[in-house]
Design a protein around this ligand. Structure first.
Ligand code: NAD
Ligand code: TYD
Length: 331
């Protein structure tokens, strides 16, 4: 298949590109703006086997250049960090909503298949049970609100123009190449450095963890077998309180629990996410990696790939960290 992967230089997008080359032999074009989270290093082992276009999804000219000779668009490109959406929502509105609109127009003009990569966060928080695809959309953060807006636009292009769209909503991903602003890579790198581990609130928020390759497979099922106009949840096999995630990381890195530091909670912090994925499972998808195995693999990867993360822990990242956590990282 000839695929345009938008946001393919990010964490999940680059994993998807690798998987598609390896398991499907696709002809892949990546369109990526290379924001702080998008890095050529994420594609270091496959860069010679793809076409790379440096550009923004909200730029029709860049999209027009990238989409040539493609059969389908899979859109990962987004601003993705909830905390950054709270301190600066504008970029989220431009990329997540306007950018999605530009991609949908490009798909409509050319009659392309379109898959939107979305998130469980569009449903908001749930105290017990799990969200299905029919649950109401109740986003809490500017991040999740703009992902909702994008999903609604995608659905409208199916209903209004008959575009072959499918939405795939993943739960919290983790694994190699994740930017260390998100819980798991941040805690791993801080633990390896013997630095503090900043846990928001009481640490009892629950996330539904999905190993990143399993999401890549889930999106592939949605692309190949998902019905036009439909949405598929793709939830991980395990749920875990943040504090338990942090304790497992401390144990795997051989550090003491005394590194844990409870810090001010995130405003509007969703308590629990949980996805029912029966629809995607009915297409044949099943997650292969449980949290116990996935977190061990992930810690090993960060331990062995300092070349990847050392350049990140400078400049903008250090400034962000200090501004957000009110303290400097250990050098
Ligand atoms: P990421 O932040 O690691 O990567 C985002 C990528 O998009 C980067 O390569 C960045 O350069 C690129 N990008 C940002 N703005 C762009 C623009 N305007 N034009 C072109 N490229 C742009 O994010 P991720 O964690 O890999 O998430 C990918 C997608 O999956 C997002 O749509 C996100 O909402 C969704 N998702 C993420 C998770 C998760 O746990 N990380 C879970 C479910 C769904
Ligand atoms: P995050 O990785 O930002 O994903 P999301 O908020 O999109 O689910 O955060 C996962 C959980 O970890 C969330 O409940 C917030 C919490 N968290 C901390 O406790 N400390 C941190 O430094 C970060 C970044 C997150």
């Amino acid at each position: 298949m000839r695929l345009l992967v938008c946001g393919g230089a990010g964490f999940i997008g680059s994993t998807f590109v690798r998987l598609r080359l390896r398991e499907y032999g696709d002809d892949v074009t990546v369109l990526d703006k290379l924001t702080y989270a998008g890095r050529r290093e994420n594609l270091h082992d496959v860069i010679d086997n793809i076409r790379f276009v440096h550009g923004a999804i909200e730029d029709p000219a860049a999209v027009g250049a990238a989409v040539i000779e493609c059969d389908a668009i899979v859109n990962f490109a987004a601003e993705t960090h909830v905390d950054r959406s709270i301190s600066g929502p504008e970029a989220f509105i431009i990329t997540n909503m306007q950018g999605t609109h530009v991609l949908l127009e490009a798909a409509r003009e050319r009659g392309l298949r379109y898959v939107q990569v979305s998130t469980d966060e569009v449903y908001g928080s749930i105290d017990s049970g799990s969200f299905t695809e029919f649950s109401p959309l109740q986003p809490s953060s500017p991040y999740s609100a703009t992902k909702c807006g994008a999903d609604l636009l995608v659905s409208s292009y199916y209903h209004t123009y008959g575009l072959s769209t499918t939405i795939c909503r993943g739960s919290n991903n983790y694994g190699p190449y994740q930017y260390p602003e998100k819980l798991i890579p941040l805690m791993i790198l801080n633990a390896l450095a013997g630095d503090h581990l900043p846990v928001y609130g009481d640490g009892r928020n629950v996330r539904n963890w999905l190993y990143v390759e399993d999401f890549g497979h889930g999106i592939s099922y949605a692309l190949a077998h998902g019905a036009p106009g439909e949405t598929y949840n793709c939830g991980g096999p395990d749920e875990c309180e943040n504090i338990d995630v942090v304790r497992q990381i401390l144990s795997l890195t051989g550090r003491e629990d005394s590194l844990i530091e409870y810090v001010k909670d995130r405003p509007g912090h969703d308590r629990r996410y949980s996805l029912a994925s029966d629809k995607l499972r009915a297409l044949g998808w099943t997650p292969r990696v449980d949290f116990h195995e996935g977190i061990a693999r992930t810690v090993d990867w960060y331990r062995s790939n300092a070349w990847w993360w050392e350049p990140i822990r400078t400049g903008e990242y250090l400034e962000y960290y200090e501004r957000h956590y009110g303290r400097a990282l250990k050098p």
